[in-house]
Design a protein around this ligand. Structure first.
Ligand SMILES: Cc1cc2nc3c(=O)[nH]c(=O)nc-3n(C[C@H](O)[C@H](O)[C@H](O)COP(=O)(O)O)c2cc1C
Length: 366
């Protein structure tokens, strides 16, 4: 039977030859928001991984929306030019389509890189003021964000729109909004971080209002042929937090705002959330969203082996799978998955002799 994982899918006007996505992964290697040669090298490698879609890391729509001093941004001409250079490189030498995750870190901004402790920046480390729906910190010893005013909300919404325009000019094929992992848009939706008393807090409908305004504003400038999606939260893993039913409601609303897909992740809205660590951790949340919201749905989290990924698609639990650490461990994960599942992937001509002939035992010529 042909592989379900290696069957094509179309998102808006974008044809993808398989269902494998490289999940967005911060590299903490930008120079004041500007992508560097590290990104060209890292993304250039993953553009030849067998994944149909490669999503560039959470990229700040404004300078203060970066998580760390090393995070990429797309808020200046220099940021845009560096992304355009990286896209041109991946296009010239790679085969994957290219997406970008547009993000604002909100109350989790102004943090140290993981290898420098991943905590809130200290006074000597050039910290900056953080913003959020409410003046509630992510956890002990984190910055207390300033509650966003109407002006802040309009500015950040417009920054998402400008960032989307820059991403289109840089040549990306797909755009996704980061609405998970405790960053700004998620922090509006979650009752753990949003205690506003205006029209943007209280009921789930009110908490979703700002992210939906952002999604609508971005959709208005992204042509219908370009897929626009969002990463959302399947559960906050906290009593009183977001649930899978809330994820369905949010996904339906995003679909109503014109979005083409969602990626279902979970957790990280507060430092005391304790996510499950288990294979396919978010797959059942994704399955519920796919079933009930009827939107193209991607699953992510602890998907490691080709058979596992194949099962998720073949069982109809998700339309796509994203892997993060699996691709860092094995940048040709998609090639090996194709070999194991009896499928094939596009490879650059320089590497064409590796398969499938090699695996069929054909003699190698020098
Ligand atoms: C190095 C690294 C950086 C990450 N950066 C991002 C990011 O920029 N945006 C995001 O939504 N998730 C980010 N994540 C989470 C991954 O996209 C993914 O959801 C998570 O690692 C679970 O998938 P996995 O089990 O395949 O690694 C990151 C994960 C890793 C390991």
């Amino acid at each position: 039977m042909p592989s379900a994982l290696f069957s094509p899918i179309k998102l808006a006007g974008l044809e993808l030859p398989n269902r494998i996505v490289v999940s967005p992964m911060c590299q903490y290697s930008a120079d004041d928001g500007v992508a560097t040669d590290w990104h060209v090298s890292h993304l250039g490698m993953l553009a030849n991984s067998g994944a149909a879609l490669l999503v560039v890391e959470a990229t700040g729509v404004e300078r203060r929306g970066r998580i760390t001093h090393g995070c990429t941004g797309i808020y200046s001409d220099d940021c845009e030019a560096a992304m355009a250079r990286m896209v041109a490189h991946c296009r010239r030498y790679g085969v994957a389509k290219l997406g970008i995750q547009l993000a604002h870190a909100g109350r989790k901004a102004s943090a140290a890189r993981p290898w420098e402790g991943a905590q809130a920046l200290k006074s000597g480390d050039d910290p900056w003021e953080t913003i959020g729906p409410s003046a509630i910190p992510f956890g002990p010893n984190w910055h207390t964000p300033r509650e966003m005013t109407a002006d802040d909300m309009a500015r950040v919404r417009d920054a998402f729109v400008d960032a989307a325009k820059r991403a289109l000019r840089a040549g990306f094929d797909a755009i996704e909004l980061h609405g998970a992992h405790g960053y700004l848009l998620h922090s509006f939706v979650s009752p753990i971080s949003n205690r506003r008393s205006d029209g943007y807090g209280g009921s789930l409908a009110a908490r979703m209002r700002y992210p939906l305004e952002v999604a609508q504003a971005v959709r208005a400038v992204v042509p219908k042929s370009i897929p626009l999606g969002a990463r959302i939260t399947g559960t906050d893993w906290l009593d009183g937090g977001l649930t899978p039913d809330d994820a369905v409601t949010f996904a339906k609303a995003l679909k109503g705002a014109g979005l083409d897909f969602v990626c279902v992740s979970s957790g990280a809205v507060s430092s005391d959330a304790r996510p499950a660590v288990a294979a396919n951790v978010n797959v059942e949340f994704a399955a519920q969203v796919k079933r009930e919201a009827e939107i193209a749905t991607r699953a992510v989290g602890m998907i490691v082996t080709p058979k596992q990924a194949e099962g998720i698609i073949a069982d109809g639990k998700a339309d796509m799978v994203a892997l993060a650490r699996g691709f860092l461990h094995n940048p040709h994960w998609g090639w090996h998955a194709a070999q194991e599942l009896g499928a094939d992937v596009a490879r650059p001509p320089q590497y064409a002799r590796v398969a499938p002939k090699l695996w069929a035992g054909a003699a190698m010529r020098d």
